[in-house]
Design a protein around this ligand. Structure first.
Ligand code: CTP
Ligand code: MN
Ligand code: MN
Ligand code: MN
Length: 403
């Protein structure tokens, strides 16, 4: 009967890369609970459970309306016993007892605080917790020697744990574009990561840089980083030369010259009070006195920036800049489509694309290339659309990859 129960029954394909997942999540209470369990599993070195909860959360994110009853979930993929129990708890009681008690647990709180330090992963945090270190104060007084990344992470802890806004991402984009244009005319900067998916906030800002002429991008990263450093824009940076070879995926193939990916994990020093300052700066000739003036809002003395603002509760309120995590990646144009796809995310969407490629298509997908294991050859692509087509997937635009 038509007036019986008006609950929609959803039909959802099982791979996240087969679905559209916009930012308009109609089930945030459920997905927050499942995401917290996923996060806790990841922080506890239980990646398998983490992925299971991420997949369950992603299914709930893709639903077109709020779930009100368990009967609506019949036939949905990726919902294991544990996830269903959590969903039931939330639907019946407004919250999951398991999630609430986990959030209050000493272990979870300590893992959150310690892995909130840039450069500290789950394993390091777990080791410190076993030694009785639960807070930043205890970490600072522990006598542990921190590596350069962790030192910067501790120093800029508050800034780096504050979300980055779209406006801040755009200000940084202007700076990066100016720098790239000045060191290699014609090179192209693409905003990737969450901001490319339309997010209004992020934990960092991600950029992919390429040049339309293959090979021109070689050496670009070190020039960009030197320029940024000389202008005092970087509080921290670590550049890694990528050792990727296309032949790594398939030893039978001749080696290729695709070992050029470079990435730079950095912490930018962004003028805070004047978001439009970046524009003015970029328009100026390089290395003028103007850049180096203390009152510009962009301190350029690199030694001063590292020590001066260290004390908690001290000068932070008045400092005219803030630390922002920025990832820079350089890709040759021949790999650009794969790199854009790989760096746009979400992480689960990427993971599901690779799983789809491997399990359903006998192909290997990376941020560099797509290899067809049956035809024993690489499949070329110059756009994301072509990669989806190679994979027999309907094209999903970035704004719908928020799985
Ligand atoms: N990525 C990657 N290799 C890494 C780190 C990240 O390929 N070592 C990719 C991820 O798969 C993701 C993209 O880079 O597709 C962006 O990752 P990240 O910045 O961590 O996440 P965002 O989706 O941008 O979300 P956030 O707002 O939290 O930054
Ligand atoms: Mn379980
Ligand atoms: Mn990001
Ligand atoms: Mn990133």
């Amino acid at each position: 009967q038509a007036d019986e129960v008006e609950v929609a029954v959803f039909s959802v394909p099982s791979y996240a890369c087969q679905r559209r997942t916009s930012l308009d999540n109609r089930n945030t209470v459920l997905t927050d609970a499942l995401s917290l369990l996923a996060e806790n599993a990841e922080l506890s070195d239980q990646d398998g459970r983490g992925v299971a909860f991420r997949r369950a959360a992603a299914v709930m994110k893709s639903l077109p309306e709020p779930v009100t009853s368990m009967t609506q979930l019949r036939g949905l993929p990726c919902l294991g016993e544990h996830s269903l129990r959590v969903i039931r708890d939330v639907l019946e009681n407004g919250a999951s007892r398991e999630v609430e008690s986990m959030k209050q647990s000493k272990q979870y709180k300590a893992l959150k605080v310690l892995t909130g330090v840039f450069g500290v992963g789950a394993k390091t945090a777990a080791r410190w917790i076993r030694e009785g270190i639960h807070t930043l104060h205890q970490l600072r007084n522990s006598g542990h020697t921190l590596n350069r990344a962790q030192q910067a992470g501790l120093e800029h802890y508050d800034d780096l744990n504050q979300q980055v806004s779209k406006a801040e991402a755009e200000a940084i984009q202007q700076i990066v574009e100016e720098v790239v244009a000045s060191v290699l005319p014609g090179a192209k900067v693409t905003l990737t990561g969450g901001f490319r998916r339309g997010k209004l906030m992020g934990h960092d800002v991600d950029f992919l840089i390429t040049h339309p002429e293959e090979g021109k991008e070689v050496g670009l990263m070190s020039k960009v980083v030197s320029w940024l450093e000389s202008q005092g824009f970087l509080l921290y940076q670590k550049t890694t030369r990528n050792s990727y070879l296309v032949s790594d995926d398939s030893p039978a193939l001749p080696p290729s010259n695709m070992d050029r990916f470079e990435r730079c994990l950095s912490i930018f020093k962004l003028a805070q009070d004047q978001p439009h300052r970046a524009k003015q700066l970029g328009a100026l000739p390089l290395d003028t006195a103007e850049h180096r003036r203390g009152d510009s809002g962009l301190q350029t003395d690199q030694d001063s920036c590292s020590q001066r603002i260290q004390t908690p509760g001290g000068q932070e309120d008045t400092k005219p800049w803030r630390a922002v995590r920025v990832d820079l990646v350089v890709s040759p144009i021949s790999q650009f489509a794969f790199a854009v796809l790989g760096w746009t995310g979400s992480k689960l969407f990427e993971r599901e694309l690779r799983r789809w490629a491997g399990q359903e298509k006998a192909m290997s997908l990376s941020s560099h290339a797509l290899y067809d294991n049956k035809k024993r050859k690489y499949l070329q692509a110059s756009s994301e659309e072509e990669i989806f087509a190679h994979l027999d997937l309907e094209f999903i635009p970035p704004s719908e990859r928020n799985a």
